[in-house]
Design a protein around this ligand. Structure first.
Ligand code: DGT
Ligand code: CA
Ligand code: CA
Ligand code: ZN
Length: 572
């Protein structure tokens, strides 16, 4: 039994425990162990008992199960769980609005084991008979099933990035001379990726074998000398293309896409008497090569500035490159501040001092601690008294931690009626107030729009966080008239957030660009709930690049004094 097969069993135990609504720590232990084992350099089957115990995250109990697995090919615990639930019902668990309790209800009440069976039952109106269901919930389930079909196979950018990084590193180990790059939607920084596209230029033929033998390959889908496809751990499809070194630029350009950008570029080439493909740019008359080894040379031969991959969506970038008016795109390093994060005072995992030190290490010059307000009771949200005490302690930290300015803020809920969750006197006493919607998502567009406009009208509100509430691949944003929000925010000097959580990226690229075009200032925040999550800022910066933003469009590129002066509360 190889490590991949072992990891699959552990991960499935984790999933089955989730359906049983077991202790989250226990679930995470199985999943973490699976993740560790899949990346181990040595085979678990060849280890001694003591060596297994030394695997990070593997305790006595798990080491025992590993031994059982290696010796007998199965684990009794896994078999017992499988006897309780068929593994296909795991698919149900990942539907929006369906938790483990609902899944077991579907199964025990109606014998539903698959997505198809669920769709049929919902279509026939049989779900509403179950305890705690009803026609409305049934309709939501049908909608979630449709949504699921629409996004099937796509994954979050951050997940694709991690999977690609390990794969690219492994391939580079086999071909240190070659140029090996992730291309496709991943290189363009798209919020979701359908697959992982890897390009190798100037690599020996053996690179294909290294690819299909990669330790995380679950299945080989296609194998050839210039292109192979595999299915890897985590459910990704990965494609590898191999081209000669002299075609590096042409292939990078071609396989980075997007398709729409490529079609526009190819048309431009034809109009100028050229032919463009993944091997090079050629003259149509005598087929001679014009450019091929670098992207810059290809764009230049077509009369264009080099276009950053994030802009290659055929949204005006070719005209801008022709006129030399491409934006000077913002980069992660331009972000001096991070103004949205949580601590153990509410639902964060570290205290303010730890978050501040970590943010300084990440290169920030200033941060704001913005814990939740009392409406989020589940997160232990703050009332006025606690908010002000917390603020005093945060301000005290400034004297104790060097190299970073710490602002005392709050993420204040916008109640269903548009009023703020904390009294004006409290909000006025803080350094920055972020307002956000965390409940009553199903309001109609008019109500939701008025609700957010009311928050913007409050003179103590500086920022609207995650303005649409969408969760990528999970939940559509609430219905809201963004044009009215942008106009009001621009007029009031309220900034709109690009929230950098991997499944939020909210505002998204198109909305952020539209907001900027209407005069709105943006702010890119991590919304970190742990020190490690401060690093998510990179995804927000990437989203801002896809939105064509320049440093001047984003408030937290400013030095702290200028930043504070630009906040709505301090503007005159
Ligand atoms: P994805 O995988 O859905 O997230 O999006 P992409 O953009 O990575 O698409 P993919 O993997 O199908 O193809 C990678 C790139 O290869 C794509 O962005 C452009 C190029 N490409 C693929 N098919 C065609 C095509 O039919 N014509 C042209 N011009 N380019 C193509
Ligand atoms: Ca792709
Ligand atoms: Ca592909
Ligand atoms: Zn938050």
């Amino acid at each position: 039994m190889n490590n991949l097969a072992i990891a699959r069993v552990l991960a499935e135990i984790g999933d089955l425990l989730e359906i049983k609504n077991e202790n989250p720590f226990k679930i995470r232990a199985y999943r973490n162990a699976a993740e560790t084992i899949v990346h181990l350099g040595t085979q678990v089957a060849e280890m001694t008992g003591a060596e297994r115990l030394a695997i990070p995250g593997v305790g006595k109990d798990l080491a025992g199960k590993l031994g059982e697995l290696v010796e007998t090919g199965t684990v009794r615990y896994h078999q017992e769980l499988l006897a309780e639930f068929p593994p296909t019902i795991l698919d149900l668990l990942h539907l929006q609005g369906v938790g483990p309790k609902t899944v077991s209800l579907f199964y025990s009440g109606l014998g539903i084991r698959t997505l198809d069976e669920l769709r049929q039952a919902a279509g026939e109106g049989r779900l509403r008979a179950l305890k705690g269901m009803g026609a409305k919930k049934e309709a939501l389930i049908l909608k979630a099933l449709d949504e699921r079909q629409r996004v099937a196979g796509r994954r979050l950018l951050a997940e694709a990035h991690d999977a690609a990084a390990t794969l690219v590193a492994a391939l580079r180990g086999h071909a240190p001379e070659a140029s090996i790059t992730a291309v496709g939607s991943l290189r363009r920084g798209c919020e979701t990726c359908g697959d992982i596209d890897i390009l190798a230029a100037g690599a020996p033929a053996a690179i294909m074998e290294a690819f299909t033998n990669y330790q995380l390959v679950e299945r080989i889908l296609a194998r050839g000398s210039t292109k192979s496809s595999v299915l890897i751990w985590g459910g990704f499809q990965a494609d590898l293309r191999v081209v000669p070194r002299e075609s590096l630029g042409a292939a990078l350009q071609y396989f980075t896409g997007s398709k729409a950008h490529n079609i526009a570029l190819r048309d431009r080439a034809i109009q100028r008497g050229f032919k463009l493909n993944e091997y090079g740019l050629y003259r149509l008359d005598d087929e001679s090569l014009v450019a091929g080894d670098s992207e810059e040379a290809i764009y230049a031969a077509l009369g264009l500035q080099w276009i950053p991959p994030e802009l290659r969506e055929n949204r005006g970038e070719i005209a801008a490159a022709e006129h030399g008016t491409l934006p000077r795109l913002i980069a992660l390093g331009d972000l001096r501040g991070d103004l949205h994060m949580h601590t153990t005072e509410t639902d964060g995992r570290a205290d303010a001092a730890t978050m501040a030190s970590a943010a300084r290490h990440a290169g920030r010059e200033y941060i704001a601690i913005t814990d939740h307000s009392k409406a989020l009771a589940m997160a232990n949200g703050l009332d006025e008294t606690r908010a002000l005490e917390h603020a005093r302690r945060i301000r005290d930290l400034n004297g104790r931690i060097e190299g970073i300015t710490i602002l005392a803020g709050i993420e204040c809920d916008i109640r269903a009626d548009g009023s703020m969750d904390l009294a004006d006197e409290c909000l006025a006493a803080l350094d920055i107030v972020i307002a956000s919607v965390h409940g009553a998502f199903h309001q109609d567009e008019q109500t939701m729009t008025e609700r957010i406009l009311a928050a913007i009208a409050n003179p103590h509100v500086d920022v609207i966080a995650h303005p649409t509430g969408r969760l990528i691949l999970k939940r559509e944003g609430y219905r809201v008239n963004t044009a009215r929000i942008f106009a009001a925010a621009a007029a009031a000097g309220v900034a709109l957030e690009i929230n950098s959580q991997v499944d939020r990226l909210d505002l998204d690229d198109t909305l952020a660009r539209a907001a900027r075009d209407r005069g709105v200032k943006l702010i890119i925040d991590s919304d970190a709930h742990s020190p490690a999550a401060l690093g998510n800022l990179r995804w927000g910066a990437l989203t801002a690049r896809r939105a064509w933003l320049e440093p001047g469009d984003v408030l937290n590129t400013l030095p702290v004094a200028d930043f504070r002066a630009a906040l709505r509360r301090n503007r005159r």
